[in-house]
Design a protein around this ligand. Structure first.
Ligand SMILES: CC(C)(COP(=O)(O)OP(=O)(O)OC[C@H]1O[C@@H](n2cnc3c(N)ncnc32)[C@H](O)[C@@H]1OP(=O)(O)O)[C@@H](O)C(=O)NCCC(=O)NCCS
Length: 317
C-alpha cells in the first residue's frame, strides 16, 4: 500500500541513545532472519566505532511508544565516503518512516561533499525501489557466506597445506611471532592486500595506527587467529579470523603478496585460519566477498562456505 494512502500514527525522530540499542538489534534480527541474531552489544560497538573525522548522525523513529526504525550515517575506515543504514521494522514499512529517517539524517549531515553508500538485499525489490527513488545507483554486488566448522575437515585439505610446505612456506599466528619488526612487515602486507581487493571503491590505505587497532589490538582482533604465511621470516600470505561482539567469527583480509600469487597460498592460508578457529572452539565462521572476486569465491566454494543472499551496494553523490 503506498504511504500516501495510509496516514499511520505520529512519528517522532530523535537521537539514538544506549537504551535504544536492544530495539535496533531486534529490528535488524527481524529484517534479516538468515543472519545471526543481532545483539544490543553489537549495535553499541558499531555506533561507537564511527570515524570521528566524518559526519555521524544516528536517529531512531518512534511510533506509538515503540522504536520502529533507525537511520545511521557515518564514516567507516578504510571505506571512503559515508555509509548509511536506514531500516524500518518490517511491520511498519510503507508509512513514510524510511523517507523521514533518510531525509533527517541527510539534512543533519549536510555539506560534507562525500559520497554515501547503502546496502540492500538483492531480492528485496521494495528496498531497492526506495533506494532508487532517493537517487542511489548500483555500484557493486557482494555476498556473505558461512561455514559450519563442525563439518569442516582439515584432513581433506592436507594436500593444500603440504604444497605450501613444499614451497618452504610455514604458517604461524601473529600471537606467536609478534615483534615491532613483524608489525611493520605485516602492515605492508595488509595495505597491499587491502589495496588489491576487487572493489569498485578502492579501499584507502590504512595508517599504521588504524592497522594496529583493526588487525592487532581492537576488541575484535584475535592475534592467535591471525594466520601469516612466512617465507623465511618474510610475511607473504595472510588470513585473519576476528570475533565480533556477540561471538560472530569472521574470516577476512585473506591475501597473498603479488610475487607469490597463483601458488595455492591464499587457499592454504584460509585452511590454516579455519583449522585454528575450529581448534579455538569456534562453531561457525562468516566471510564476505565482492561478487566480481571470482578467485576468492572459488576458494570459498571449495572450502564448503554456504552463500547467503546477494547484497547490492548503491551510491549517491
Ligand atoms: C527501504 C526501507 C528503509 C523503506 O522504508 P519505508 O518506511 O517502508 O519507506 P517509505 O514508506 O518511506 O517509502 C517511500 C517510497 O519508497 C518506495 N518504496 C518503499 N518500499 C517499497 C516497496 N516495498 N515496494 C515498492 N516501492 C517501495 C515507494 O516509492 C515509497 O513511496 P510510496 O509508498 O508512496 O509508493 C525499508 O523497506 C527497509 O527497512 N528495508 C531494509 C533496509 C534497507 O534495505 N535499507 C536501505 C535502503 S536505502
Amino acid at each position: 500500500m503506498p504511504s500516501s494512502a495510509r496516514p499511520g500514527g505520529a512519528i517522532t525522530l530523535r537521537e539514538v541513545g544506549p537504551s535504544d540499542h536492544a530495539s535496533i538489534a531486534a529490528i535488524l534480527t527481524r529484517s534479516y532472519p538468515h543472519e545471526p541474531t543481532v545483539t544490543a552489544e553489537q549495535i553499541g560497538w558499531i555506533i561507537g566505532r564511527a570515524d570521528p573525522q566524518r559526519p555521524k548522525v544516528a536517529l531512531v523513529a518512534e511510533a506509538e511508544g515503540a522504536i520502529v526504525g533507525f537511520g545511521y550515517l557515518r564514516g567507516a575506515p578504510p571505506l571512503p565516503g559515508l555509509l548509511l543504514n536506514v531500516e524500518v521494522d518490517v511491520s511498519h514499512r510503507r508509512r513514510g518512516i524510511g523517507t523521514r529517517l533518510l531525509e533527517a539524517v541527510t539534512t543533519r549531515a549536510a555539506d560534507h561533499g562525500l559520497s554515501t553508500m547503502v546496502s540492500v538485499v538483492a531480492a528485496d525489490t521494495g528496498s531497492l525501489a526506495f533506494a532508487a527513488r532517493h537517487g542511489f545507483v548500483e555500484r557493486d554486488r557482494r555476498s556473505e557466506s558461512k561455514i559450519d566448522l563442525s563439518t569442516f575437515d582439515v584432513n581433506a585439505f592436507a594436500d593444500v597445506l603440504q604444497r605450501a610446505a613444499d614451497r618452504r612456506i610455514r604458517f604461524a599466528v601473529m600471537a606467536d611471532i609478534d615483534t615491532p619488526e613483524m608489525r611493520r612487515r605485516l602492515f605492508t602486507l595488509a595495505n597491499q592486500v587491502t589495496g588489491d581487493m576487487p572493489s569498485v571503491d578502492p579501499m584507502e590505505p590504512l595508517t599504521y595506527d588504524q592497522f594496529v587497532a583493526a588487525w592487532l589490538e581492537g576488541p575484535s582482533a584475535r592475534r592467535e587467529l591471525l594466520v601469516i604465511g612466512l617465507e623465511d621470516d618474510d610475511p607473504v600470505a595472510v588470513s585473519m579470523v576476528t570475533v565480533f561482539p556477540g561471538g560472530i567469527a569472521y574470516n577476512w583480509m585473506t591475501g597473498v603478496m603479488p610475487s607469490h600469487r597463483g601458488r595455492g597460498l591464499g587457499l592454504a592460508a584460509k585452511v590454516e585460519a579455519l583449522r585454528r578457529a575450529k581448534a579455538a572452539g569456534i562453531d561457525e565462521v562468516w566471510t564476505e566477498n565482492h561478487n566480481r572476486n571470482a578467485p576468492m569465491l572459488a576458494i570459498n566454494a571449495r572450502l564448503g562456505y554456504e552463500p547467503m543472499p546477494e547484497v547490492v551496494q548503491l551510491v549517491r553523490g
